[in-house]
Design a protein around this ligand. Structure first.
Ligand SMILES: NC(=O)c1ccc[n+]([C@@H]2O[C@H](COP(=O)([O-])OP(=O)(O)OC[C@H]3O[C@@H](n4cnc5c(N)ncnc54)[C@H](OP(=O)(O)O)[C@@H]3O)[C@@H](O)[C@H]2O)c1
Length: 346
């Protein structure tokens, strides 16, 4: 695809952490963006998106909720590429009697969005923001790890966890089943729709939001002493053997890279570095000695396998930000939002 050509694209979940940075980058490149959010009356989310460069001419907002997935159809119509970034994080049983949990809602959401892409006759490629938590090398029988984490790995859904809670376990199930469901559209012989999934590592770094998203609070948890988010970090290491990291700008650039290829389909893991909780703690200790870390937050489950995130790089993608950039950008953003301090970050 010719770079910087004005292309019409749809971004679901355009007001979230990754979504709004992706919308910003697409607008800066001169593309026309259809962004969806759940509530067009939410003045802070709408205001944020409308303040982005080129938004006055090139940004169109649509209201759509995964619990009513047909709502995405108008946003998808006329687009060449669809980035499905939104995901149901919390199940709201009062909102729908249709789905029993976030996994059912997420799967119905990707199916409905893929079907809308096919019906549109304009969408060439659907790019889904997946999670490395769907890519665990844990063995199906729950005993030990496969030798290498790569795109051939799928998280076994009945594995037990020391660090998971209802929310995180529901998230892992929903991201795994939704990614499998959307990739299955590549198996149909007569489908012209190309589906790409990008299982992304733990995302950090500054975005345009005025609050810290969950993944940045997870990255900072050793410094802030937030044990709930520390457990999320340990869960990553428990499932993946280490913590795959990714800068928000690289995450969005990778999405755009997948759009710019003449033809592309399949699963491409997306993380620049994998480090253990201990290594991350050592970097924080050396760089920010003013913060005293609780010993329990600096140690994680000691097990794992090698990771291979080279498939996307072999396609020609180049990461710009390493582990130190991701950690430092997350710290400086949190301080900026929090009057120079990291205590009580929200
Ligand atoms: N951040 C990470 O470390 C990371 C890593 C791997 C994968 N991912 C994936 O990246 C995507 C974005 O995550 P994020 O970190 O940017 O989180 P986020 O800031 O919480 O964004 C979540 C987005 O999902 C939307 N959403 C939630 N429930 C919805 C529903 N029922 N219907 C429609 N939209 C709904 C939200 O829309 P509203 O603004 O309208 O509420 C929001 O835009 C997710 O698919 C996530 O699984 C994130």
């Amino acid at each position: 695809m010719e770079k910087n050509k004005d292309t019409r694209v749809c971004v679901t979940g355009g007001s979230g952490y990754i979504g709004c940075w992706l919308v910003k980058k697409l607008l800066e490149k001169g593309h026309t963006v259809h962004a969806t959010l759940r509530n067009l009356k939410d003045a802070s989310k709408v205001g944020l998106l409308k303040s982005l460069p080129n938004a006055d001419t090139n940004l169109f907002l649509f209201q759509a909720d995964i619990y009513d997935p047909n709502e995405f159809e108008p946003a998808i119509q006329g687009c060449e590429f669809v980035f499905h970034v939104a995901t149901p994080m919390q199940h709201n049983p009062t909102q729908s009697s249709q789905y029993k949990d976030t996994a059912e809602a997420a799967v119905a959401g990707v199916r409905s969005i893929a079907d809308s892409c096919i019906r549109s006759q304009t969408v060439k490629r659907l790019i889904y923001t997946a999670s490395v938590l769907a890519m665990s090398p844990r063995r199906e029988d729950g005993v030990g790890f496969k030798p290498c984490l790569d795109e051939s790995c799928w998280t076994p859904l009945d594995a037990t966890s020391t660090y998971g809670n209802t929310f995180t376990m529901g998230y892992i199930t929903s991201k795994t089943l939704a990614e499998k469901a959307v990739l299955s559209y590549n198996d149909s012989d007569d489908s012209k729709l190309e589906v790409v999934t990008l299982p992304c590592g733990l995302v950090g770094g500054e975005s345009v939001l005025s609050y810290l998203p969950v993944s940045v609070r997870t990255i900072l948890s050793q410094l802030t002493g937030d044990l709930v988010f520390c457990n999320a970090l340990k869960l990553l290491q428990e499932y993946l053997g280490s913590v795959p990291l990714l800068h928000v700008d690289d995450a969005c650039q990778a999405h755009i890279f997948c759009m710019e290829q003449p033809s592309m389909r399949g699963r491409f893991g997306c993380a620049v570095a994998t480090h253990s909780i201990k290594e991350i703690a050592m970097y924080f200790q050396e760089t920010y000695p003013e913060y005293k870390m609780a010993k329990e937050s600096t140690e994680g489950p000691e097990q794992g396998s090698k990771s291979d995130f080279s498939k996307l790089i072999k396609m020609g993608f180049e990461y710009k930000y390493g582990m130190k950039d991701i950690l430092d950008d997350s710290v400086s953003w949190a301080k900026k939002l929090n009057g120079g301090s990291l205590s009580h970050v929200v």
